[in-house]
Write a protein that binds this ligand. Structure first.
Ligand code: ZN
Ligand code: ZN
Length: 237
């Protein structure tokens, strides 16, 4: 289990099922230290607003609520769909290549789009599911750029658990991070209570490839929270 889960959804995402309090209560009951609720940005119909971020503070005693958003690339603007007025609230900014983009544009195009936003946005903390086969990426170029900016690449438990990413691609992603020395976060990307905090689908791949423990930000709660703290300056600055 992950003790600080940095990527999960509530019903403020169209695809999420539960409320903030339900997700945090489950996290607390599992013995987790913190949970980032990272609902989708507006390009995917996410409904997170300043009211939620401004007024909801650690609503469940015993577990820390990290405020996040899973943002999307807005290609014609070379930016992400993070409403600038929300940035001051956020602990975690996740960016993923998602179906708001046209499918079938090819690895070079998606890689270039992602590298552009990595270079333009110092607030990005995590690149979500780079192993999504619908949006192929050049792992090496993404890992090199991410490492330079202190960004983590995600190993997404749901994509593997739901068989939405082939293990061969996931292995290739992990091997690239080992070779480049790019840090990773293991996240559940939970959309339902039973998915929260889980790493059981991807943990065997990390073990099989002898992934260095020091490259895993989510290996323990202290390290994960220190990562969030270290990224705070970029967002407030
Ligand atoms: Zn995503
Ligand atoms: Zn997600």
């Amino acid at each position: 289990m992950i003790h600080v889960d940095l990527h999960a959804h509530t019903f403020f995402s169209n695809c999420g099922i539960h409320s903030h309090v339900e997700m945090l209560t489950r996290a607390r009951d599992l013995g987790m230290t913190a949970l980032a609720l990272t609902d989708h940005g507006p390009e995917l119909g996410g409904r997170s607003s300043g009211i939620v971020y401004d007024r909801l503070h650690d609503p469940v005693e015993g577990v820390r609520y990290l405020k996040g958003m899973e943002c999307n690339i807005v290609p014609h603007k070379k930016t992400i769909d993070l409403p600038v007025e929300l940035l001051k609230y956020l602990d975690v900014v996740v960016v993923g290549v998602h179906p708001n983009l046209e499918k079938g544009l090819g690895c070079e195009t998606y890689t270039r789009m992602l590298l552009e936003v990595i270079e333009n946005h110092p607030c990005i903390d995590i690149i979500a599911h780079p192993n999504d086969p619908n949006f192929p990426l050049d792992f090496e170029r993404v890992a090199v750029a991410a490492k330079r900016r202190g960004i983590a690449l995600e190993l997404n438990n749901s994509k593997t658990m739901l068989k939405r990413a082939p293990d061969s691609l996931t292995r290739s992603l992990v091997e690239t991070c080992i070779n480049v020395g790019c840090r990773m976060v293991v996240c559940s990307d939970a959309h339902a209570l039973n998915e929260l905090g889980r790493d059981d689908a991807v943990r065997p791949i990390l073990e099989e490839l002898s992934f260095p423990e020091e490259l895993e930000i989510t290996a323990n709660a202290d390290r994960a929270l220190a990562f969030i703290e270290s990224r705070r300056e970029a967002k407030r600055g």
